[in-house]
Design a protein around this ligand. Sequence first.
Ligand SMILES: Nc1nc2c(ncn2[C@@H]2O[C@H](COP(=O)(O)OP(=O)(O)OP(=O)(O)O)[C@@H](O)[C@H]2O)c(=O)[nH]1
Length: 201
Amino acid sequence: MDANVVVLGTDNVGKSALIVRFLTRRFIGEYGDIESLYTHNVVVDGREQTLNIWDAPYSQDPSSESLMYEKRVQWADGFVLVYSICDRASFNAVSRLIQIIKTNKDILGFEKMPIVIVGNKRDLHHRRAVLSEEGWLLALSADCQFYEVSAAENYHSVLMVFHGLVDRIRESRVSVKKLAGIKGIVKSMSAVFTRRRTDSL
Ligand SMILES: Nc1nc2c(ncn2[C@@H]2O[C@H](COP(=O)(O)OP(=O)(O)OP(=O)(O)O)[C@@H](O)[C@H]2O)c(=O)[nH]1
């Protein structure tokens, strides 16, 4: 099964570092700012999943922003929203991104949003500008998952981010299937009752 993942966040928060760490287990330091689409197979809970991961630069141009986000949001099954724990503006941007996703994506009421919020650069705790608690609160209020990681120092926590997201995407697909099943049952039941009513006339 394929799943499309978009990694979003302001400049310099470590989006590429996070993706490269996940794909290669390495941290290479400098990444440039090319827009890239990666395909990667993962095994989560014994099941194979193909992830298409879109690493897109942040838009500084507000006029192109909404269209660009709309396109990305429609394409994606799940989102990794990254901020740097040393950069408050990048954290504020994550709140805005959640709103953009909520308004552009057709998420059903009972579905969990396939979004993981990531506070990166945990190794730079001496320069911390955003408390862990703030990240947790934002995730709680938006019903998202939350991780604080260091793409520079740790592979395992980065792996957890993507595995957590795959879980969430699977859950949301199961919910949609269940809803389709319930709709089907309601449809056939109402067909039976309509038939009975017309039979008895
Ligand atoms: N100390 C530390 N530095 C990091 C970490 N992750 C990324 N960096 C550094 O932060 C800078 C930006 O990383 P990128 O991965 O290019 O960030 P990006 O969000 O893709 O940036 P744009 O390409 O501008 O969108 C680079 O110098 C990285 O080496 C981290 O966990 N800890």
